[in-house]
Design a protein around this ligand. Sequence first.
Ligand code: CA
Length: 232
Amino acid sequence: MSNLLIVEDDELLRDALSAQLTQAGHTLLSAADGEKAQTLLESNRFDGVILDLGLPKVSGMEVLRWIRRRLPALPVLVLTARDGVDDRVQGLNAGADDYLTKPFSMAELQARLGAMLRRARLPAFGGSLELTADSHQRLRVDATLPQAWLGDEALELTQREWALLSLLVTHAGQVVSREDVLETWQSEPGDGAVVTNALEVYIHRLRRKLADSGLNIRNVRGLGYMLESAAP
Ligand code: CA
């Protein structure tokens, strides 16, 4: 099972989460504020974090940004008391892998947490990123050269298509925002509108190239794009 960090200042909820997840077989540590969370993250190895956004000392959003700088691959499930779309978008943009709005059921938390931890175990081997669709079709993307293969067949990709595909494969099952893509493409700030239009063109091209792969690039309205197994 997994080693988890729970960051929540509400003692009742923190204890309930701890009891529930311990019973589910996880090992865990908990923190009641953002500062303690950072201390624990510096001295322990975790498989995943459950992070409340409203925290004393150091806010949850700050902790999230801090995690993304230092531990980019660590899965984070954000808990938010407010159900505003702004919070959700902000959280996802800051690098949360998933979120839950309070109040939530323990069953839902366990399901979302389980899915997040499974996604984090998608293999990334040595010099290439690999992804196997539900159709068992295998996509492999070279991590350093603009090359990719679908099964044994090489895909013809431009530098930008490859950079976009690498980003989507690295974050398979998670939303990749337009900002993430712009950063990857190293665009100038003034390029915003031009690149946003270009992005749609590139997504369209990648979809065509992945047409028989069993993988789909989903448009997550207002948030970005997500690579996932195509519906059967
Ligand atoms: Ca709180």
